[in-house]
Design a protein around this ligand. Structure first.
Ligand SMILES: *Cc1c(COP(=O)(O)O)cnc(C)c1O
Length: 384
């Protein structure tokens, strides 16, 4: 079987993990945690980083630190993995789903602007949605598939309305927007080191920010809101969200290989772009001239003469020959998990989801394997 995206552990992972065992530092305190945080902060171009148990936990505390409260609303991409929307609900706040733009499939910033200008009003204590009466507390763009959202434009809109922006950069470690790493451009950013991401710690996450007070509060909330290094006193209801030294040891070794990991995945995207040229009307998601994508998952958009049923036929045919592929996530405004959620647009996300297929994109994918993927893919399309 050729997997969609699998871990690649070719560096010093075992050496560093063994060191944790040899020294007994296996839990949530240890030198690798500190080092992994420092290295990630450097890589992301920010001053502070705090390691967490997973990316979802990183998003949860980032929303809290940004001031999101129960019954607030948060603007978020509809075309994304569900984790960031769930993090909004953990607080009791409500997602307002924003459609994708058709060029790069990212959050449609024009819709965010239009919603604020036409549907909201400013009051003494914040921005309010005139329809629901709820406070709009933050914007949460997700850089899907590794390609950045048009952040400068989004930041300008958010700043005009004094809204904090939380970047879900969990799929885009190593990507840049106008030369700056994703995760570093808004008020706070989140990464994930889950098994299928570009780098992995088995499971893990990271919060990055330039704000020292926010970083300190993330550290505090993720360690059960413990107030004192000596006394067991807790200031509020906190969380057990800290990464272990073993995971961080793996992370340090993985981070040493980030450039190679990005290069490999970009190579796969370039290969597929060329190899699939013969399928009239199909395209691999393009890269904006203001972006460098880590090409986390190479994703093909089928020709518009294809629809849901052809897509399903192709997915099934590829699975039968041992090529693991995946459709995009069901847009969240269609999700049974969010039956009453508000959505701004939605048709672009629906269309992309009906016709897009992610292809095997692991760092370790060999030239022979990707030739086979392309050949099987074209064969499956021809039979539709
Ligand atoms: C992977 C991912 C996360 C977080 O994942 P964890 O498994 O909790 O580390 C969050 N958002 C998106 C868009 C993701 O792809």
């Amino acid at each position: 079987m050729i997997p969609l995206s699998e871990p690649f552990l070719s560096g010093r992972e075992w050496e560093y993990v063994k060191d944790c065992f040899d020294t007994g530092w296996v839990s949530s305190v240890g030198s690798y945690v500190n080092r992994f945080e420092e290295l990630t902060a450097q890589r992301a171009g920010v001053r502070h980083a705090v390691a967490t148990t997973c990316g979802t936990a990183a998003l949860h505390v980032s929303l809290l630190v940004a001031g999101v409260q129960a019954d607030d609303e948060v603007l978020i991409s509809t075309l994304t993995f569900i984790a960031p929307a769930n993090a909004i609900r953990y607080i009791g706040a409500w997602p307002v789903f924003v459609d994708a733009e058709p060029a790069y499939w990212q959050m449609d910033v024009a819709r965010v602007r239009q919603f604020l200008e036409e549907g909201c009003e400013r009051r003494a204590d914040g921005v309010y949605n005139r329809t629901t009466g709820r406070r709009v507390a933050a914007v949460l763009p997700v850089h899907i598939l590794g390609h950045p959202v048009d952040l400068a434009v989004l930041m300008e809109v958010a700043r005009a309305w004094d809204l904090p922006v939380i970047e879900d950069a969990t799929e885009s470690l190593g990507s840049t927007y106008r030369g700056a790493p994703t995760g570093s451009l808004a008020d706070i950013g989140c990464f994930s080191f889950n098994g299928n991401k570009i780098l992995t710690t088995g499971g893990g996450g990271m919060v990055v920010t330039d704000r020292p007070d926010w970083a300190e509060r993330v550290r505090y909330l993720t360690t059960q809101a413990k107030l004192d290094a000596l006394e067991s006193v807790h200031g509020e209801v906190g969380f057990n969200y800290r990464m272990t030294n073993i995971q961080a040891a793996m992370g340090c070794a993985q981070l040493e290989q980030l450039d190679e990991a990005v290069e490999a995945r970009r190579g796969h995207a370039a290969f597929y772009r060329k190899a699939l040229q013969s399928l009239e009307g199909a395209s691999i998601v393009p890269e904006a001239d203001w972006a460098v994508s880590n090409c986390w998952l190479s994703t093909v958009l089928l020709p518009d003469r294809f629809g849901l049923s052809e897509r399903k036929t192709i997915l099934t045919a590829l699975a039968a020959v041992g090529v693991q592929t995946r459709p995009l996530w069901q847009p969240l405004h269609r999700s049974p998990a969010y039956p009453q959620a508000a959505v701004l647009g939605g048709a672009v996300a629906d269309d992309l989801q009906a016709r897009a297929i992610s292809l095997p994109s692991s760092r370790g994918l060999s030239p022979v394997q990707r030739e086979r993927v392309a050949a099987e893919f074209l064969k499956a399309c021809a039979s539709c």
